[in-house]
Design a protein around this ligand. Sequence first.
Ligand code: FES
Length: 577
Amino acid sequence: MSNDKKNKARSTESFGKNDKDGFIHRSWMKSEGLPDHVFDGRPVIGICNTWSELTPCNSHLRDIAEYVKRGVWEAGGLPLEFPVMSTGEALMRPTAMLFRNLVSMDVEESIRGNPIDGVVLLGGCDKTTPAQLMGAASVDLPTMIISSGPMLNGKHCGADVGSGTDVWKFSEDVRAGKMSMEEFMNAEAGMSRSTGTCMTMGSASTFACVVEAMGLSMPFNGTAPGVDARRKTMSHLTGNRIVELVKEDQKLSSYLTREAMENGIRVLAAIGGSTNAVIHLQAIAGRMGVNLNLDDFDILTKDIPLLVDIQPSGKYLMEDFHYAGGVPAILKSLGHLLNSDIETVSGKTIGEIADMSEVYNDDVLGSLEKPVKKNAGIWVLKGNLAPRGAIIKPSAATEELLVHEAKAVVFQNIEDLKARLDSPELDVDQNSILVLKGCGPKGYPGMPEVGNMPIPQKLLEKGVRDMVRISDARMSGTAFGTVILHVSPEAESAGPLAFVEDGDVIRFDGPARSLDLLISEEEFVRRAANWQGPETAPKYGRGYYKLYIDHVLQADEGADLDFLVGKSSSEVKRESH
Ligand code: FES
């Protein structure tokens, strides 16, 4: 499609008419101080911003937007920034994930309903980028992404402190009596000492790196610290590039293909990325019409070892990863395992970016020959306890627990867990398997990050730091342990997890990818027939909660709302006046 035709289809339809509608569209924009000549048919670039003071990880994105605008103006476009709902992982209740799909609806309709030709998505904190990409995918304009970038490495008492990962450790140390409350409080400010996202390989850093590996951002988007001047430069260059993409009519679907997603998934494994990326990538694939299922994650990551020694799977932090070479160095190390000839929004192919990169610190970055860990990737487990699948991140697990058979200690929901976990009466030992129900998409609702259940107090005091844990919940990308997540179908939907009882024996065999409840078929049928449904789950009769519970898909399908799957193009059939 030519540029003329493209512009006619979008912004020129609003700004290029010399009639009543054109008057209305231009006149109100002129109240922002825009002169007449900027409505001359130049590409209009929306800057979709998840800035919010309630999302601290994205709190510098208004500043970043100014650099994107510089680049857009310089390239001959008209930049227009707009806000969308923002989800701060640290603050939103009951969980930011409940609102990912709502943000995606906001993004989708804000893009489609406004006269813009291309869009730059500014996101960072965990759910913001996936939500933006889901919404943008359903419209399919030329699209680029700039992430918040990670915080500087946390520092406390002369040591590095990793977001989230060290919080879980400190919290367990306090409970075990190994850390004072005063020291715990002092660590707070040292951990988060600059703007940006969690600087461990949490969900935000994971997704920023995956987005880069899928070719949707400029190189080093995933790792450059949020406060690094080069992120501003990258934003300026993104402003330049998005104008070119509009002129070339290179839509999101030109880049976000099955092959690009395969690259993203392989890089996800190599960086020890968050399990949350699995659910987000499936939702995005559903919007794009890319055929991707849960088993693909296991198949595509089978031969990928861990290449970055970074928390929670290792010891370093995002700043170290960036200085060691960032995602381009990983692309180089993965070499033939990637689809290297696919184009990226930067104008270079993945292979060209890899060729230009280097590993600057082989203490931080491993290689295929000398990986940080052999077991990486995402293991997809199946069995009578998870007929539609469950996942585990082996790089963050304890090797000796990757094959385990033991009795279950069952918690019916999060309140039950909080009430009984630390009770001296709890019948649990270090071999027990902790099972938590009621934390799936419908059950909580929103599938919170509670799958990494705390270790029971009496075991902590004995020095136990990991146990096999199974739930229909998610886990923070910053968390670690032998934690089996996303059990599908969830307990709330009468998945087999609902029927597990205290003392049942569960067998988990990671290498064989199996997860089974060792009871007879007759007993299974009996329990299913007698199941009355969760008694204590909160009920919601109205509003977004109801919409979500009525329509959310299970974890193995990306937990999108069923009516949002797919796309509706950028076309709007009727005028507003
Ligand atoms: Fe925002 Fe971790 S809380 S990225």
